[in-house]
Design a protein around this ligand. Structure first.
Ligand code: GLN
Length: 189
């Protein structure tokens, strides 16, 4: 199983480390040539969505990534990566726009920009969650399932082959979310 991790900006090394720890191969996607490696799954990390969006556009990667996802390649977007997946973005960042959700950027405001909590994820029980100037999710399409909520706000969703998280599962030791994603890639869930 080979996972392509978008490596233009942000916390991509941490995702690669965690995938490797779980026995999956991972490689960096820096330009469209890297996509010739035909990833079995894609990861879009956290970082700054406006910067990533501009680089994706400059590198001609928007359409190529969009068509991989539309043709069924499993994808996990975390934080800014969630914003890249959302069909609608409050704050108007151009996105890959494959997931039927609205991302509300910086939804926790500046005062409460970053925090950690513990909350249930899917059917895996409580897991630690790290939020850094995080978006929340609203306006779910009919095929979008909620996997986690914190204080009444939706922070994890799945729509078929797409998984999106407001928080940063790559920053701690807990491997629940990456294990869930690898199970999506292997087709067991
Ligand atoms: N606030 C950032 C944005 O809008 C996302 C923050 C993150 O990825 N940790 O892109």
């Amino acid at each position: 199983m080979r996972i392509g991790v978008l490596a233009l900006q942000g916390a991509f090394i941490e995702h690669i480390r965690m995938l490797n720890n779980l026995g999956a191969e991972a490689f960096e996607i820096r330009n469209s040539l890297d996509l010739l490696e035909k990833p079995d799954g894609l990861v879009f990390p956290g970082g700054e969505s406006t910067v990533m969006s501009k680089l994706l556009s400059d590198l001609g990667l928007f359409e190529k990534l969009r068509s991989l996802i539309i043709s069924g390649t499993p994808v996990m977007g975390t934080c800014a990566g969630l914003i890249l997946l959302a069909k609608n973005v409050e704050g108007g960042v151009p996105s890959i726009a494959t997931m039927d959700i609205t991302a509300v950027r910086n939804a926790y405001g500046r005062q409460l920009g970053s925090f950690e909590t513990v909350a249930p994820f899917a059917d895996a029980g409580n897991i630690p969650m790290t939020f850094i100037r995080a978006p929340v999710i609203s306006n779910l399409g009919k095929n979008v399932r909620v996997l986690a909520e914190v204080d009444g706000k939706i922070v994890a969703v799945r729509e078929e082959n797409q998984l999106a998280l407001s928080f940063h599962p790559e920053l701690g030791q807990d491997t629940t979310v990456h294990t869930y994603f690898l199970n999506m890639v292997s087709g067991t869930i």
